[in-house]
Structures are given as structure tokens and as C-alpha cells.
Write a protein that binds this ligand. Sequence first.
Ligand code: GRF
Length: 202
Amino acid sequence: MSEFPLGRPARLAVFASGRGSNLAALLAAFPAGDPVGSVALVLSDKPGAEALERAARAGVEAACVPWTSRSAFERRARALLQARAIDLVCLAGFMRILSPGFTARYRGRILNVHPSLLPSFPGLHAQRQALAAGARESGCSVHFVDAGVDTGPVIAQRRVPVLPGDTEASLSARILAEEHLAYPEAVRQVLAGAARLPEGVA
Ligand code: GRF
């Protein structure tokens, strides 16, 4: 089990289901040969996901593991993570819920980015939830993944205003720009051992 800091460059895996703009930010922040760490594997549950093309363009191994069932996906994912000696898993627009067994196995070594200031607005359509609630401010959170949905301890947040006339699309775009800054920063904190799971957190 990896303990951060590792004292060597970390090997990152990114799980992404779609567009992969957060993946692009992580690929840019952690390129091959970087002394802090590199993205060594991109895994998608969706055949044809743009994230897989981004990985291939960056010269990073891209694996598609279709979600035939959660247990089948997790079995193959675990085998790949082990075979590639992955230290840290980054969920980035990964639209599936992993089992408590899987998240426990990677406890303290699996992160997610979410487009709200958690604990507000977990789950789907966080930006729509923020607008519906009349929030004056929103943002993004990078957090450790636990057995819940968007419930694990927060590592980093960045805030944006909600502006008059905002639509789900305009607010999402403003938040997404901050996600691209927050995610690499949070990964750096975890790799440096500066952000850790509090003792006793499942
Ligand atoms: C991001 O807003 C992320 O927070 C959410 O899904 C979106 C994924 O975007 N979970 P991308 O695939 O990284 O472009």
C-alpha cells in the first residue's frame, strides 16, 4: 500500500466516462517524466469516450472496460491498477458508483472532483441544484472517495459567484475552469503527504 510522500514519482490512473477536460488538466500537470508523478493509465467505462482519445494523443495507455456489471468492471479495473503499479486513482467525470469494497481497497488513494462546494449539492446535476436553490456562490470540490456519493473528506475547493442570468451551461463552464486548477493542486497535496484522510474515516 502506497504511503505519501512516496519518495519517487507517483503513477496516476484517471477514470473518466466522457469529455475528459479534467483528464486533460491532469495530463498537462503530470506529464511523462515529471518528478512528482505522471498519468500512467486512463480507464473509461464508455467505448468511444473522448477521454480515451485524449489519452492516446498524449501517448498514455487508454483502456476501455465496459460496465457490463459493477463486479466485472471492478475486477478488471483492479487487475489493471495492480499490473500498472498505480499509486493514486483520480475519478474525473467518471459517472459510475464504485462499490464500498473497491473504495476501501484504495482508501486515501482515490479522489474525485465534483462541481459544487460540498457538502452542498452532492450527486447528479450539482450546478442545476445550485441554481434551483438560489445559491449566490458555488464552485468545485476535490475530495477523497469513501463509500458514499460525494461524501468523502474535502481536500481543496475553489469558489465562483453565481451571476444574475446564469444558466446551467454558463455556471458549469465557470466552475469547470476552476476544476481544472483545483484537481492538479489537490493531487499535489496528496502526493506530498500534505492532505491525508483523517484517522478513523472509513
Ligand atoms: C465535471 O464537471 C466533473 O466535476 C463532473 O463531471 C464533469 C466532467 O467533465 N463530475 P470532464 O469529463 O472532466 O470534462
